[in-house]
Design a protein around this ligand. Sequence first.
Ligand SMILES: NC(=O)c1ccc[n+]([C@@H]2O[C@H](COP(=O)([O-])OP(=O)(O)OC[C@H]3O[C@@H](n4cnc5c(N)ncnc54)[C@H](O)[C@@H]3O)[C@@H](O)[C@H]2O)c1
Length: 360
Amino acid sequence: MQGNGHSRSVLIFGGAGFIGSNWASRLLDQSETKVHIFDNLSREGSRHNLEWLEKKAKKSRRLEITIGDVRNAKLVERAVRSATEIYQLAAQVAVTTSVKDPRLDFEVNLLGTLNVLEAARMHGRRPFLLFTSTNKVYGACGESQEKLEKGTSEAQPLDFHSPYGCSKGAADQYVRDYSRIYGLPTIVLRMSCIAGPRQFGNEDQGWLAHFLYSALQEIPVTIYGDGLQVRDVLNVNDLLNAFEAVREKLPVTAGSVYNIGGGPANAESLLGVIERIKTLTGKRLEYTKAKGRPGDQQLYVTDFSKLHNDTGWTPAIDLTGTMESIYQWWRSNRDLLPSHAAKVPERTFGMLQPEPLRAA
Ligand SMILES: NC(=O)c1ccc[n+]([C@@H]2O[C@H](COP(=O)([O-])OP(=O)(O)OC[C@H]3O[C@@H](n4cnc5c(N)ncnc54)[C@H](O)[C@@H]3O)[C@@H](O)[C@H]2O)c1
């Protein structure tokens, strides 16, 4: 038990986002776990996720919320103090935005992650730290029958492509190295396409949800490239199972990098997904085609055998199940889409009362 009376004190940077809110929700279902969300609500939809979590946690007093920016080292350090586990999910998540504003992307993804790492290093009690990296660290990574059938493993050479690929890739290497140099128990997950409920997908990120919502709302989309790009899809619940699995097997997994995704069994082309949407919803998604975007991979399928061998993890929900779960969520939340989250000033509420910050 920690000093606060809870056996797990979990801090989630980016905890109001798609993956973070699903993770926080699962943790709130565990009575001995205290959850601390740190998020600047810059992603459209995050505010809705946060409100949903607040409602869920109302009586338990186990949810703490900091509205803050990972670029603020002091605020990050303060949040990390009482954590036994840290999940660094906060990020500028769109390749397109990174191309338009590489400095913002660099500062949030790399400097923000360094702030988290430094706070964890200074923490003294070596908290568990998981970082959500991306398959974009592998660049184009080639097309072959083997890549389609077996997938891409961690042996694939790194080839950062796009400012987003560079910032996430550099952060991925820092996180790995903080395990080697400072002995922090860190894990890097290089994630492929994650999908599921509470995803406010748009043209820039979260394409599967974006396609599904657009079909349901009869809004045409643009496909960048020939539409034959292949992606493997992993349900967010399976990803969360992996979060638990790597922590449970920490003597084996600490310091490791793992590729994670739906794998060959859950791979599909963009045009194939449009056909599946038609079967699922009866709606045909209208689209126009445009030139491919920088950093787009033509083929990416995950080989997750290393993760499977180390932890026994394997995906349980297939692509159809994932699409059904998004469709289900849309049915009861369609009024939230599209939503317009207002910008909020940096502030803290919930159980954490910050000391005033001195100007830098
Ligand atoms: N969803 C995917 O398919 C996928 C694939 C690979 C990697 N990832 C990584 O997983 C993580 C979570 O992704 P997601 O899909 O949940 O995205 P998301 O945009 O829904 O969540 C990210 C959260 O971070 C917050 N955030 C952004 N900038 C911040 C800042 N400066 N300070 C504090 N908070 C900030 C946003 O408000 C948002 O709530 C990201 O690191 C992303 O790079 C996601």
